[in-house]
Design a protein around this ligand. Sequence first.
Ligand code: CUA
Length: 144
Amino acid sequence: MGSLVLFLIVVGFSAFHFGSHPPSAIVYVDPERVDEIAPFNNPGVHKVEGKDWDYEVVFVALAFYYNPPEIEVPLGSKVKFIATTKDVVHGFQVAGTNINMILEPGYVSEYVTTVDKSGEYLILCNEYCGLGHATMTSMLKVVE
Ligand code: CUA
């Protein structure tokens, strides 16, 4: 098991150096088993303890929506976004913020940020992924 993990990490890093996957992604996940593999078997907002961030927000993208369709986090919290896609390449951009990731099948994309402004932020797909591309959205709510 340990060597398998090492193998996957090495594969991930090699791919990283050849630029064939998103720079924010260094972890591999089998796109056909996303629903069974943690943390993607439990999409949504999760409070965590003992880490450098307060919440982990897990997203699964597929044509043409995100799971979950909406999330809510407290103002001022440090959040780690963890996302992947089950089918084709999708984007993950949170309008009005610096959060902007490419999601590629087989890879986990991550972004850590502190949400320091309350409001509602549209999460949208900025990689053309098919007929439903323009309607592919989710919503981030930052609440006091
Ligand atoms: Cu998903 Cu465009």
